[in-house]
Design a protein. Sequence first.
Lengths: 249, 94, 44
Amino acid sequence: MTEEYDVEFVETGDRKARFLVRGVTPAFANGLRRAMVADVPTMAIDEVRFIENSSVMFDEQLALRLGLVPLTTPPEGEFVDGDTVTLSIDVEGPGTAYSGDLVSSDSLVQPAEDNVPIIDLKDDQRLEAEADALIERGKDHAKHQGGVAVGYRHLQRVEVEGDLPEFEDERSQIVRGVIEDDGELVPTSEFDDDLSNRYPGKEVSVEDVPNAFVFHVETDGSFTVDELVTRAVESLEARATELEEAVQL
Amino acid sequence: MELRVTERTETELSIEIGGEDHTFMNVLKGTLLEHEDIAAATYDVNPEQSGGQTEPILTIKTEPGVDPIDALEEGAGNIRDKTTAFRNAFEAAV
Amino acid sequence: MSYKCSRCKRDVQLDEYGGVRCPYCGHRVLLKERSRDVKEVDAH
């Protein structure tokens, strides 16, 4: 069986992208989406050792906040389950401790965002802590979720049926996602999601294009969109391989 | 992935696939249904809170003369074809 | 055990005979200081 897939980018970016996939079944599209959300492992702080915490928050609250800071996740194979990276933070008030104040022992694992506030410190308050980050899957805890806004919609084909009757009022027709107009891909945001803006005075028909899905993928900064999609596909592939081998007994 | 056959006849197979959820099972089921020697394929999972059987169970019925185990193996291979094709198409577009 | 007097803010060491009372100002409300030990917390 040969599969024919075709991928075309509608919007490109490191952390946010939209792309169209043709020839994919709904089952596969959903498997891919779920794998991006729950099965691609990322680094996150999992244990914190507090040396000093004279701030107004409890250690447990700060530990939770530190855990939620997205960390860059090194290329696959670089880390395996159970490997840890130590990060430390030492901030004295007055001032705010930010995620950017975390100092990592490994250049591959850094806060993906420098301006996440951890805690506001007043005079004579201090936060000094050491944390261990480890690599786990979104299934285990939401802080290990690499894909934060991942979804797909059918590609919608718009065809002009003809002119509106002469005395009929223009009615707005809201469509969201990406439309295909004569082979051209147009994000609906370009015409304010309203087909009557793009085709004034025309009667149009809209239909889902079978097996064509527009994915919207946004990451938390752990890795790029390409990286997330590739790793999600690989996680599905690894399971297929495992099943194939297990069945061959 | 722990496999455990729960029922097996010449053209029917029920197999428990430990550690998997809808992510993989639905892809697998969808791919198996595309196979021409497979007459029926489905899977069932119970929620964690239900107690008892919580691992997904895949059930396949094949056309006469086709071993369901072989069909399952081919199905897994077909998923690999899909992932490879997708990855190639995606990398070409990046 | 180290405590701090809530009125005069001085450090107070308590022994088993003295009872709960600040030796400097006689105040009876003492606050326990945070231990200097490193505390390990799960970030869950």
